[in-house]
Design a protein around this ligand. Structure first.
Ligand code: FAD
Length: 472
């Protein structure tokens, strides 16, 4: 049948993956239609993820730094937190500027944005239903699925409690509707710990319960230890190898029962943040009508060119698998658009950086010690402790550590991990080293400004080379 619109490249979902793919395809001369169910572009990352969380973490950092400076002779009063003003800044000046900017960029490139929920109707057509029920059909030559993911709901929660406003997910936690006195974070992964950091700084008594044997599962333990130590000091309680066995919203609060190695007696919290992972949106897009295979979890498998089992349909971002990170989605989006334009490219990152923007930050990329052990890769490592960094001392944050992982014999950098303030920024140098095949000597011979935290990367490399002179 006939369609309302035709696209050479149809992109479903306007998150970091989707808008990047759409913009790149348009820049390559394609006629692009971008479908998004929400009025604001930018997906999870810009609206309810990376960006607003970093705005709140900045506010949290200002508070904790001011608090901790008291020990070194500078005291301020108790912070006065104007939630309305803070929220307005986050929504209007931070998120609004970025999402508004995206709309402008889409217009400049003649990318047609169709607002509404898209579902494939056949392998070359999608139907988009807008909020008022109007259906627009778009036929396409190629499609890129970038429909992202959503927070996993707490299992076993009675249906009548699903919408209890005191049970938060990351989106409602970011909305910052009041600061609870006592808050439980279910899940000790990056998102839970970042939000825990925010609420702790704002005055809530925060507890964390994590099923596995450590915070940030999957990250090397030596990198997590300084964060764990600091959180243990600041937070009310951290329970590992423990799960929530019962969650009962009552008048006086959320009653929580724990089960496991470090379980405490049943507790009552004002709010509970559920941060137990994210689920891909593969099951909500009519993929079967297009013949696109979606696995049991909702992920869409793709090859290195981001192609699904249907040759003219591609998929990128959170919906294709881990790690669920914005910068991964962005790079995959470029690959998909370029492959459609006939370029011989594929997604072949040697390292995708992961960063927890907690305090301290934890950042890692490439081969970790944990990976090396599991896969039997022979490595050498060098860890530089920040107690020996002049800059770390002068900012009173000596708990940090910078670790380089090298291939045995060649001493090529194949992985890196950093914990400490600004670890996320500092990691970039190591990621570049990995991609460029640099070895420890290359980094050691590169002059780093003194005194900076970036020197710790150089010092770790010098340790590996046996040329370090100023380790205390
Ligand atoms: P998404 O951003 O999920 O976008 C998908 C879009 O598709 C959405 O806008 C959705 O509305 C739309 N959509 C879905 N289905 C349909 C449909 N049927 N019809 C129309 N539209 C549809 N990552 C980082 O790299 N760094 C961080 O610091 C970071 N912090 C985070 C903090 C939080 C609290 C959360 C929740 C996530 C964070 N992430 C972070 C993860 C990051 O947000 C995601 O990896 C990223 O947004 C994935 O991009 P995407 O393009 O795959 O999909």
């Amino acid at each position: 049948g006939s369609s309302d619109l035709h696209a050479e490249v149809l992109v479903l979902g306007a998150g970091p993956g989707g808008y990047t793919a759409a913009f790149r395809a348009a820049d390559l001369g394609k006629k692009v239609v971008l479908v998004e169910r929400y009025p604001s572009l930018g997906g999870v990352c810009l609206n309810v993820g990376c960006i607003p969380s970093k705005a709140l973490l900045h506010a949290a950092k200002v508070i904790t730094e001011a608090e901790e400076m008291a020990e070194h002779g500078i005291s301020f009063g108790k912070p006065q937190i104007d939630i309305e003003k803070l929220t307005a800044w986050k929504e209007k000046d931070v998120v609004g500027k970025l999402t508004g900017g995206l709309s402008g960029l889409a217009k400049q490139r003649n990318v047609t944005v169709v607002n509404g929920r898209g579902e494939f109707t056949n392998p070359n057509q999608i139907a988009v239903t807008s909020a008022d029920g109007k259906v627009t059909t778009v036929s396409f030559d190629y499609a890129i699925i970038a429909a992202g993911s959503q927070a996993t709901k707490m299992p076993g929660l009675a249906p009548e409690h699903q919408n209890d406003p005191r049970i938060l997910d990351s989106t409602s936690a970011l909305a910052l509707e009041g600061i609870p006195k006592r808050m439980l974070v279910v899940g000790g992964g990056i998102i839970g710990l970042e939000m825990g950091t925010v609420y702790d700084a704002f005055g809530a008594k925060v507890s964390v319960v994590e099923l596995s044997d450590g915070l940030i599962p999957g990250c090397d333990r030596d990198l997590v230890r300084p964060l764990h130590k600091r959180m243990e000091k600041r937070f009310e309680k951290i329970m590992l190898k423990t799960k929530v066995s019962k969650l009962e919203p009552k008048k006086d609060g959320i009653h929580v029962t724990f089960e496991g190695e470090q379980a405490v007696e049943p507790q009552v919290y004002d709010k509970v943040l559920v941060a137990i992972g994210r689920r891909p949106n593969g099951k909500n897009i009519g993929a079967d009508k297009a013949g696109v295979f979606v696995n049991e979890y909702g992920f869409i498998p793709v090859d290195k060119q981001m192609r699904t089992n249907v040759p003219h349909i591609f998929a990128i971002g959170d919906i294709v698998g881990q790690p669920m990170l914005a910068h991964k989605a962005v790079h995959e989006g470029k690959v998909a658009a370029e492959v459609i334009d006939g370029h011989k490219v594929e997604f072949q990152a040697l390292a995708i950086p992961s960063v927890a923007y907690t305090d301290p930050e934890v950042a890692w990329a490439g081969v970790s010690e944990t990976d090396a052990k599991a896969k039997g890769i022979e490595i050498e490592k060098a860890s530089f402790p920040w107690v020996a960094s002049g800059r770390a001392l002068s900012i009173a944050r000596t708990e940090g550590m910078t670790k380089l992982i090298m291939e045995k014999d060649t001493r090529r950098i194949i992985g890196a991990g950093i914990v400490g303030p600004n670890a996320g920024e500092l990691l970039a140098e190591a990621v570049l080293a990995i991609e460029m095949g640099a070895d420890a000597e290359d980094i050691g011979l590169t002059i780093h400004a003194h005194p900076t935290l970036s020197e710790t990367v150089c010092f770790a490399a010098e340790m590996a080379e046996g040329t370090i002179t100023d380790l205390l």
